[in-house]
Design a protein around this ligand. Structure first.
Ligand code: NAP
Ligand code: MG
Length: 395
């Protein structure tokens, strides 16, 4: 008998090569074992265009309602895509739309595989990067100036003005102002504390508060207060710690560490360091991503995109060796979370078996081309379809 689900999850289909993998994963690895209950939303670019992008908003609202979503990679439209798909307009990034509705923090974690040594060989356990995805330089006001005196002008609610001198230019230069809000930093902090408790790993947080005493100091104080008021007891009970340090120190410690912690970072730091960490673990195709909202909703996806180059080869009838592991782990992550939230241990256990079947397949030396090149042992490079069939066999 198939494993039953109590509550549906939200399924967000996507584009190109990952859309092809999506269907295979569902048909071969999920549906034969689980009586899948899913609310389906087609976020493929064709349907986003047909619905005026309403489908993206509907899918995000569904995640809000049902608590768990699993998303396939999607094309973010640009000028070239507008022509390729004859789009009505250049639709916004679906991930940005979903993030704006769920207001979350993105956690990215590598899938560690025996036999693939990270470029930093001491990293035996995963490092999860938690990136604050609001404000700072991504919403900056900036200018190239030819000279003159610059100051920040704050007009408060009563119309009272405060001026903050910035710099007197003696020739040309550049200028920028950034901001963040207490509300967003607070929800970032709670998302990080909750996530660390969920995975039972230490939480690190690092900024440059020795230089930006007000700006980064505010981040640090908000984290400290929320930790002391709401999480310290639970962290102690779980046997994990919260640790704040300067970003330079954190980078040096991270390189020397064995991994196995969650690292909370401001928006820009998280952008840069998540790519560095992903590359150091070996491959973008082994990186999972989950959006955790302060409302307690979760959306799982692979960190990579739609793998366009492979898709064009697929369209020409060539078989491709695209790695489906991060997408499989998006499904297992979502099913595990659904199981946890519903008290459905059979479903959570299945998710664990699915992940083990992937690991057993790799341990047998069967893998897609991207990994075969990194593998220490004897490896057979197979197509995506052959890989998924092997995993199904182990399951
Ligand atoms: P990408 O799809 O991640 O692919 C970049 C390259 O990385 C691929 O060409 C491939 O290298 C390698 N790669 C990535 N995933 C792989 C996998 N699973 N197996 C094997 N190799 C893999 O990034 P992109 O080409 O920059 O973007 C393609 C489209 O995806 C764009 O339309 C972009 O908007 C979208 N995108 C979506 C998301 C999302 O939905 N979360 C994220 C990023 C990008 P080789 O060609 O060398 O084999
Ligand atoms: Mg980046």
């Amino acid at each position: 008998m198939k494993i039953q689900m109590k509550t549906p999850l939200v399924e967000l289909d996507g584009d190109e090569m990952t859309r092809i993998l999506w269907k295979m994963i569902k048909e071969r690895l999920i549906e034969p074992f689980v009586d899948l209950k899913a609310e389906y939303y087609d976020l493929g670019l064709v349907n986003r265009d047909a619905t005026g992008d309403q489908v993206t908003t509907d899918a995000a609202e569904a995640i809000k309602r049902l608590g768990v979503g699993v998303k396939c990679a999607t094309i973010t439209a640009n000028k070239q895509r507008v022509e390729e798909y004859n789009l009505k307009q250049m639709w916004k990034s679906p991930n940005a739309t979903i993030r704006a509705i769920l207001d979350g923090t993105v956690f990215r974690a590598p899938i560690i595989c025996e036999g693939i040594t990270p470029y930093i060989p001491g990293w035996k356990k995963p490092i999860t990067i938690a990136r604050h995805a609001y404000g700072d330089v991504y919403k900056a006001a900036e200018a190239v100036v030819s000279g003159g005196k610059t100051e920040l002008l704050l007009t408060d609610g009563e119309g009272k003005e405060t001026r903050l001198p910035v710099h007197e230019f003696d020739g040309g230069g550049v200028l920028m102002a950034t901001y963040n809000s207490d509300a967003s930093i607070e929800s970032f902090a709670r998302a990080c504390f909750n996530y660390a408790l969920g995975v039972r790993q230490d939480l690190w947080f690092s900024t440059k508060d020795t230089i930006l005493k007000q700006y980064d100091g505010r981040f640090k104080d908000i984290f400290d207060n929320i930790y002391a008021g709401e999480y310290a007891t639970r962290f102690k009970a779980a046997g994990i710690t919260y640790f704040y340090t300067l970003i330079d120190d954190a980078v040096a410690r991270a390189v020397r560490s064995g991994g196995g912690f969650v690292w909370a970072l401001k928006n820009y730091d998280g952008d840069v360091l998540s790519d560095m960490v992903a590359a150091a673990y070996g491959s973008l195709s082994m990186m999972t991503s989950v959006l955790a909202s302060p409302g307690g909703q979760f959306e799982y996806e692979a960190a990579h995109g739609t793998v366009t180059r492979h898709y064009y080869r697929h369209l020409k009838g060539e078989s491709t060796s695209t790695n489906p592991i991060a997408t499989i782990f998006a499904w297992s992550g979502a099913l595990k979370k659904r199981g946890e939230l519903d008290g459905n241990s059979a479903l959570a256990a299945f998710a664990g078996r699915l992940e083990r079947a992937v690991m057993d397949t790799l341990a047998a030396g069967v893998m897609t081309g991207d990994l075969a090149g990194l593998y220490n042992g004897a490896a057979t490079a197979v197509t995506s379809e052959e890989f998924i069939r092997s995993v199904a066999g182990k399951l």
